[in-house]
Ligand binder design. Structure first.
Ligand code: HEM
Length: 220
């Protein structure tokens, strides 16, 4: 279900429309994506297809996995789930779907999603990179042509940055007890960082936030 939902967001961008989940065209796209792309011919068609496939590959499984972890943690921590639902009830109410403009007024929801992406980053070893030239970093020399994997997991579980890093505690991302706001932390890097940071980070943040709120406002 989450794969269908997140793929539909990409469909909206690529094709300008969404599909019903049992639509044969959508199922065909997903089957093609998961099975085999190699039958496509023609260089331009191939390039366009690759860009579109990049969107699906990078944007479907990642967002749905992030949401799956968030749902699992809400099941494991019913007290957090209660706070999420209570915030939604207070700010959005029952009469309408939450909108992206509600985001700033739902800090506990946002903090819960951030905490879930911290404790279980979707890509714990990010994507591999290769040095195009020799570089010095933190006193080490990394030679040209060296493959490396940025360790997001380590950044998200560093006890010098995070108190009790193995505890699931959305409050660590909140400040101002009376009127809570979301607190940023430079070590929170689920989308990587630098020039090759996730191209879809903004979309993914909005998408996962809306779906997360949708799931929770319908389950209370
Ligand atoms: C929760 C959802 C997502 C997570 C956690 C995530 C995470 C990441 C990470 C860690 C990288 C590697 C960054 C690096 O190399 O330093 C990446 C790259 C990328 N992501 Fe995402 N991503 C998500 C959703 C999306 C979406 C929705 C799209 C597009 C529709 C997308 C498109 C891309 C692309 C194109 C790259 C390669 C960027 C480059 O190499 O320059 N991602 N993502």
């Amino acid at each position: 279900m989450l794969n269908n939902t997140t793929a539909n967001v990409i469909c909206r961008i690529v094709f300008g429309r969404r599909f019903e989940y049992d639509d044969e065209e959508l199922q065909g796209i997903l089957r093609g994506f998961f099975e085999n792309f190699s039958t496509i011919s023609g260089i331009y068609r191939r390039r366009i297809c690759r860009v579109v496939l990049d969107f699906f590959a990078a944007g479907t499984e990642t967002t749905s996995t992030a949401l799956s972890w968030a749902i699992l943690y809400l099941c494991l921590y019913p007290d957090v789930q209660t706070k999420v639902q209570s915030e939604l009830d207070t700010v959005v109410g029952r009469g309408r779907q939450p909108a992206i403009s509600d985001r700033a007024r739902l800090p506990y929801c946002e903090a819960t999603l951030m905490e879930s992406m911290r404790i279980r980053p979707v890509l714990p070893l990010s994507l591999p990179h290769t040095t195009s030239r020799s570089v010095s970093l933190g006193g080490f020399t990394i030679p040209q042509g060296n493959d490396h994997h940025p360790n997001i997991w380590a950044a998200h579980h560093d006890p010098e940055v995070w108190d009790d890093p193995d505890d699931f505690r959305p409050e660590r991302f909140l400040e101002n007890h009376d009127s809570p706001t979301v607190k940023k932390n430079d070590s929170w890097i689920p989308f990587g960082l630098g020039r090759r940071e996730c191209l879809g980070a903004q979309l993914a943040k909005m998408e996962s936030f809306l779906l997360f709120r949708d799931l929770n406002s319908n389950s209370s």
